[in-house]
Design a binder for this molecule. Sequence first.
Ligand SMILES: NC(=O)c1ccc[n+]([C@@H]2O[C@H](COP(=O)([O-])OP(=O)(O)OC[C@H]3O[C@@H](n4cnc5c(N)ncnc54)[C@H](O)[C@@H]3O)[C@@H](O)[C@H]2O)c1
Length: 328
Amino acid sequence: MKVLVVGGAGYIGGHTGYELVRAGHDVVVLDNLSTGNLHNVHPDARFYWGDIRNKTDITRVLTAEAADGQPVDVAMHFAAKLIVPESVSQPLAYYENNVEGLRTMLEALVDCGVRNVVFSSTAAVYGEPASGICREDDPTVPINPYGETKLACEKMIRWVAEAHGLNYCIFRYFNVAGADASLEIGLDKDQLTHLVPLVMQAALGLREKLFIFGDDYDTPDGTCVRDYIHITDLAQAHVLGAEYITSGQGSLLVNLGSGSGYSVKEVVEAAEALAHIPCEYAPRRPGDPARLTADISRARQLLGWQPKLDLATILKSDLDFRRKLNGA
Ligand SMILES: NC(=O)c1ccc[n+]([C@@H]2O[C@H](COP(=O)([O-])OP(=O)(O)OC[C@H]3O[C@@H](n4cnc5c(N)ncnc54)[C@H](O)[C@@H]3O)[C@@H](O)[C@H]2O)c1
């Protein structure tokens, strides 16, 4: 397959590019480098600078890539803004980049005859589910603009697919973490908001301490429970998703998580096996549900996918990557 990875210079798009190349696919990356980095693009992939809010940036790539008689088979969309508090303070920027960006990209794909789309969505579309275990058919009630933009994108893709005969694969990710085993790529950003890299920065003395927000939730140890999935397991699911939709089996919407929940305290305890983690408890943050874990039976059943890498591997790979990054 020839795969266009839009946002392929970012964390998840970069790792997916690596897995696509390893699976023998031809990878083309389009990215505006707003939060991404060229280091994340596999050396065998072709890179084009461009912004998906400009239709000509996308059509230029699709036209250039069709010139050898092998047009793009699948477009994967990772090009979003994704920081929840920022989405609350700047909702219009989120609608513009995430929703308008996807709309423009879909228009270009339809015009250029690309019929297969893989889209990165998020567990944030579920909001605060009562049971804490999310199934794909559960109600979607986002509680922040980021989740709302992703839900709007999911709906747009489904309507456009119906009108124009596209196949889609929508993935709802849970907490993605870890680094590629080669340590060539990992989560390397100025603004880190996810638990695992924050834990490891505290371990390496790159931040004074880790704050644990809330110890009075209705969970066994009072801290929030989340579902952590290794980036490589997640990236490999994208290869399977693209192969599924291009093989005439139809479209799909599936959760990608590990199917297991760990509390913040359990994550810190597991990390303590690798290094000391200075931490301090702080009050709850608004909008943090007590428990958010994935039911992954649909991904297992439809894609034959099974996450293989556990929490210890997630933590160790992130720590090793951060050590390499900081020469520690
Ligand atoms: N990281 C997570 O834990 C997580 C969880 C759920 C969902 N997601 C989704 O996964 C996707 C990728 O997330 P990530 O963590 O890799 O983020 P990232 O910021 O590392 O990657 C996003 C990439 O898209 C590029 N980009 C953004 N806007 C663009 C535009 N208008 N035109 C061209 N390129 C643009 C950025 O430069 C960057 O390379 C996002 O859609 C996000 O919503 C991520």
